[in-house]
Design a protein around this ligand. Structure first.
Ligand SMILES: Cc1cc2nc3c(=O)[nH]c(=O)nc-3n(C[C@H](O)[C@H](O)[C@H](O)COP(=O)(O)OP(=O)(O)OC[C@H]3O[C@@H](n4cnc5c(N)ncnc54)[C@H](O)[C@@H]3O)c2cc1C
Length: 803
């Protein structure tokens, strides 16, 4: 047994493909003071029973980038001493319905943006590549020639061997039993681990525990919402001689039938996502001796998949099953990976790969090595960041309900903006009952119930074509118009709010934020916080409430991320500040529109004129009988206020405001309003990989420097976020669509929608500064002409917000 050192800079827990890849990439970056602990043998978790398919294309460009890198790595390893069995067989994805065909066309657009080879082909061409498939009902297919398959166990061994050769110590049959942390001014940090063979002092721990990762994180009282779920496939007996061609056969996915297939020597591996999911263990924690083992086959749940599989490959009805694999795998509540640093400094996680850990392993190891060594993964990993999960995911039941839902709908078509059902309602505003009683149609974000729109009549003629017209409502236009013409009322109680206070609060905020936040109490500043690459980590308003106190308002889903980022900066700067999440204690209602002042004035003794209450600023006022912190700011481009009160007053404040006659509206109207006004959305238009200059936000950055990311913030960009107006107003982009000049794809839509006041289909995209057009946007696979417009389309001089 390998010797266990008593100290190492970095300890990796878990000897599956993820742990091996993190070790490999740390070593590749020159970090050798690394120990990998494995409680049994390498490859004895989910990795050994994986089906080994490697597909690259995903909705999230960052994940596609990571998977493309994985393939490059597996190709490279295949040429070396430790070949992982990489076979570049390609992959096929079938469309057996018109909607699925549109989905393939949209995915083709993503592939074009990523530069990934992918071709849309006919059913006949698909059958030439996969000759045992029946063409019944197949309308087309996507062919990705550089996808492939790899032997998961050999891949894990290859990465581990290369890491070991580079100096990483791999210690098997050694179980992590504890994680030691030390509490400091800004939370806890890792100091070491305990094992069944003794302690190891360390600076960082990377939890690569796969389906065991929740249990590992529990040792430090950290919640990683990964659920071990049963996941099954069969290996068939050999097919009749000559059934398969004498060349590697591509893998085949038929999502409408819930199945996938890949070649396994002279037979097939066939699996899928059952409509009824099953957690592997009722307690959520795998047994202490569950290594190198499988679960009992569960044929009852597999019946539908087995029957469907024979529809697409009829030969399977004549071929027996050699074995059934029921292996547990770590799934997450939203089908995205769990990567990054947890709330304990130095405790990282790379787990929850939802049956894509083999495809992802190369990229996962790469970004995690960057994250641990640089404090930054080098990519925009928001959709995979562990900080996207709020505290409500500490509940195992909620986590399981959400996880089951994503598992069971895995192969369903995901229309952008579709709402989930599981675990709702959970977080509600004090005005929730009012909304429900007034016909609100709710959406869910970060556990919050938010009004998408209220039910009511509207103009059907405006419905966009294609996918954008599916999740669309006639009710949005009147809500939008009310804001532009009189006043609208919105419940924004889900906004995340963070209070920063203490003797160093002013200096710390000046260090953390790029804008000029060092202003007198009552000042409100729209600003960003940047990473060292100048990328936007936070997009917020910062209000000074006292000489030593600031309130940060950020988006509904971004609270834990922003809190984590701020606390990390405070720790690095050793700042004497308190950083507290105040989200749950506050309700927030937005009253906006040209009539907003007129409607609010009778409710408050406070003066609301421009001298007493200019844009942007904050005043403590009363509204009706409620003490309110009023911020004169807007995300819709009109005169108005965000009105905050503590939650016990929330129902009364909403009632008071609703009685003014302002028209209640929802988030879909806000989206349309902000698109016209050119306000950016973090997570789509801007993020850790876009700088303020690229995003057109240089105005919010102070020239004097002295803040994190200052050196890179204002560098001359090669691309800029542009506002495109589509020639056809009923062709509406939803995000992810390719933008091209001639035949060359030059950008990808970050967000899009319809602006009811400007009567235009609007899309934002980063375009090369020298791209001259003419542009076109690939909406549902059809190219629609577009022009770059002078942004913002609505009220470019900002006179309305200062009215
Ligand atoms: C049936 C099935 C089919 C799949 N098919 C595919 C596919 O086609 N393509 C694809 O990309 N992915 C697929 N996957 C998913 C893929 O196999 C996993 O995502 C991947 O193997 C996970 O690797 P890991 O390193 O995160 O976890 P694991 O391989 O589970 O490794 C975790 C390790 O941590 C160790 N450990 C746990 N607790 C401790 C402790 N306290 N101390 C020390 N060590 C500890 C465990 O012993 C284990 O070895 C499939 C999975 C299943 C189940």
């Amino acid at each position: 047994m390998a010797e266990l050192p008593d100290r190492a800079r970095i300890v990796i827990v878990g000897g599956g493909v993820a742990g091996a890849s993190v070790a490999f990439h740390l070593a590749r970056r020159g970090e050798r003071d690394v120990v990998l602990l494995e409680r049994a043998e390498l490859t004895s978790g989910s990795t050994f029973h994986s089906a080994g398919l490697v597909g690259q294309l995903r909705a999230d460009p960052a994940l596609t980038h990571m998977n493309v890198y994985s393939v490059e790595l597996y190709r490279e390893l295949e040429k070396g001493d430790h070949a992982p069995g990489w076979v570049e067989s390609g992959s096929l994805r079938l469309a057996s319905s018109a909607e699925r065909l549109t989905e393939l066309r949209r995915q083709h657009g993503w592939a074009q943006c990523a530069g990934l080879p992918l071709e849309l082909i006919s059913a006949r061409e698909a059958r030439e590549l996969f000759p045992i498939m029946a063409m019944d009902g197949v309308l087309g297919a996507a062919w990705a020639p550089t996808d492939g398959q790899v032997d998961p166990a050999r891949l894990c061994s290859a990465l581990a061997a290369a890491a070991r050769d580079a100096g990483v110590r791999i210690v098997q049959r050694t179980r992590l039993t504890g994680i030691d942390t030390l509490a400091g001014r800004h939370g806890r940090r890792v100091t070491g681990v305990r094992t069944d063979r003794g302690p190891v002092e360390c600076e960082a721990v990377v939890n690569c525990g796969g389906m065991y990762s929740a249990e590992i994180a529990n040792l430090a009282d950290v919640r990683v919402p990964v659920m071990p779920m049963s996941h099954q496939y069969v290996v068939t007996a050999p097919l009749p001689p000559g059934a398969l061609p004498d060349r590697p056969v591509p893998s085949l996915r038929d999502p409408d039938l819930l199945v996938y297939y890949r070649q396994e020597i002279d037979g097939l591996v066939m699996g899928g996502y059952e409509r009824t999911s099953a957690p592997a263990w009722a307690t959520a924690a795998p047994p202490a001796d569950f290594n190198g083992r499988l679960l009992a086959a569960d044929w009852n749940r597999f019946v539908e998949i087995a029957a469907n599989a024979q529809l697409r490959v009829p030969l399977l009805s004549e071929v027996g099953v050699a074995s059934m694999i029921n292996g547990p795998e770590g799934f997450t509540p939203d089908n995205g990976f769990c990567l990054g640093e947890t709330e304990v400094a130095g405790l990282f996680v790379a787990a929850g790969f939802c049956a894509h850990g083999i495809a992802g392993a190369g990229g996962i190891g790469d970004v995690m090595a960057n994250w641990v060594l640089d404090g930054d993964p080098g990519l925009d990993l928001w959709h995979m960041d562990i900080r996207r999960f709020g505290r409500h995911y500490r509940s195992p039941d909620y986590t399981l309900a959400r996880t089951r839902e994503t598992y069971e709908t895995y192969y369903d078509i995901r229309y952008p903006g579709a709402e989930r059902r599981a675990g709702r309602p959970l977080r509600t505003s004090p005005a929730y009952a009012w909304h429900a009683a007034h016909g609100a149609v709710f959406g869910e974000k970060a556990g919050w119930e938010r009004v998408n729109h209220y039910a009511g009549p509207g103009d059907e003629a405006l419905r966009p074509r294609g996918w954008a017209g599916r999740l669309w409502s006639t009710c949005v236009e009147p809500e939008h118009r009310a804001v532009r013409e009189s006043a609208g009322l919105f419940d924004e109680s889900s906004f995340a709010t963070i209070e920063i206070s203490g003797p160093d609060a002013s200096a710390f905020c000046a260090h953390a934020f790029a804008g000029n936040v060092d202003r007198p109490p009552g000042a409100v500043v729209y600003t960003q916080a940047l990473n060292d690459r100048g990328g936007i980590e936070m997009d917020v308003t910062v209000t000074r409430t006292a000489p030593d106190a600031f309130v940060v308002v950020t988006g509904t889903a971004f609270g834990p991320h922003d809190l984590g980022w701020l606390r990390r900066q405070a720790r690095l700067a050793d700042a004497a500040v308190r950083i507290v999440d105040t989200t749950g204690g506050l309700a927030c209602f937005g009253l906006w529109g040209p009539a907003a002042r007129e409607l609010l004035a009778p409710l408050t003794p406070a003066p609301l004129d421009n001298d007493a209450f200019p844009y942007p600023s904050m005043r403590e006022i009363t509204v009706g009988d409620v003490p309110v912190r009023a911020l004169r700011v807007t995300y819709v481009g009109e005169l108005g206020w965000e009105l905050y009160c503590t939650t016990e007053y929330g129902a009364r404040l909403w009632q008071t405001l609703a009685e003014t006659g302002a028209r209640p509206g929802g988030y879909w109207a806000i989206e349309s309003l902000r698109l016209e006004k050119g306000y950016r959305a973090w997570g789509s238009d801007i993020g850790p990989q876009t700088t303020p200059t690229e995003a057109g936000l240089a105005f919010a950055v102070r020239r004097s420097g002295g803040f994190v990311g200052a050196q890179m913030a204002l560098r001359e960009p090669a691309r800029r976020l542009r506002c495109l107006v589509l020639d056809d107003a009923r062709a509406v982009a939803l995000g992810g669509e390719p933008v091209r000049v001639g035949d060359e794809v030059v950008g990808q839509v970050t967000s899009g929608g319809y602006g009811y006041t400007v009567a235009k289909s609007i899309a934002y995209a980063y375009l090369p500064v020298n791209a001259g057009g003419p542009f076109s946007v690939g909406v549902d696979g059809a190219w629609v002409g577009a022009e770059v417009a002078r942004s913002p389309l609505y009220d470019p001089r900002g006179t309305r917000i200062r009215a």
